[in-house]
Design a protein around this ligand. Structure first.
Ligand SMILES: Cc1cc2nc3c(=O)[nH]c(=O)nc-3n(C[C@H](O)[C@H](O)[C@H](O)COP(=O)(O)O)c2cc1C
Length: 192
């Protein structure tokens, strides 16, 4: 895959072959991609928790909010849930502001997942307070992002944003997930 193909395939996948495990070594390799990614002030103040145990996966899953733009969809059903997670937390002893590190790291991790025939979804919608005990972390760590991972069980396609400007993603009756993207012309403000 070239970079364009990789980015095209790097969609947010929310349904997985839950019984296909992701090895702990693979999770470690993905974090090693994040390790060398960009970081504001090069503070490198985020840390990573890895999970591929079904029981713990269930506990993490219970905290997550899926697909806010599809309010009628309750999230992945049992059997379609992620088989692994990487949770990114900010280390308050190493950094004070965590605006960007976790998203840059998360993108590196997702790209690495796609490269390996896997896929995932970045999830920022969870209660930090409620998830902390599940993660077994102290106040030193700020839960920033959960990355759901697994072998995708859905196809995602990009559509142009229509004249009404609606960017809400949706899944059709065949289970194909549609993600509207604005055109390049719509994004380019001009040449300076
Ligand atoms: C920082 C960040 C947080 C996100 N949080 C969630 C989330 O909590 N739940 C969810 O289902 N998707 C979440 N997403 C995924 C977006 O909904 C997704 O990127 C968007 O719909 C576009 O789809 P695409 O990733 O396939 O291009 C998040 C994405 C980003 C970048």
């Amino acid at each position: 895959m070239n970079v364009h193909e990789l980015i095209l395939k790097n969609r947010s996948y929310r349904r997985f072959h839950q019984n296909e495990p992701v090895a702990m070594d693979t999770l470690r390799e993905l974090v090693d991609y994040a390790r060398i990614a960009q970081s504001p002030w090069n503070q490198q103040a985020v840390k990573f928790l890895l999970c591929n145990r079904p029981e713990k996966n269930s506990e993490i899953f219970a905290h997550l909010h899926w697909a806010a733009r599809m309010p009628d969809w309750p999230g992945p059903a049992e059997g379609e849930r992620p088989s692994a997670y990487i949770v990114i937390v900010g280390d308050r002893e190493l950094g004070k502001v965590f605006n960007y590190d976790h998203v840059v790291a998360g993108t590196a991790i997702l790209l690495g997942a796609v490269e390996r025939g896997l896929g995932g979804c970045l999830l920022g919608a969870f209660s930090k307070k409620n998830i902390a005990p599940t993660l077994g972390i102290s106040d030193r760590y700020d839960p920033l992002l959960v990355i759901a991972l697994g072998k995708p069980a859905e196809t995602a396609v990009l559509d142009p944003v229509g004249p009404d400007g609606n960017t809400a993603y949706w899944t059709d009756k065949d289970g194909v997930h549609h993600v509207p993207k604005r055109s390049l012309e719509d994004l380019l403000l001009g040449e300076l």
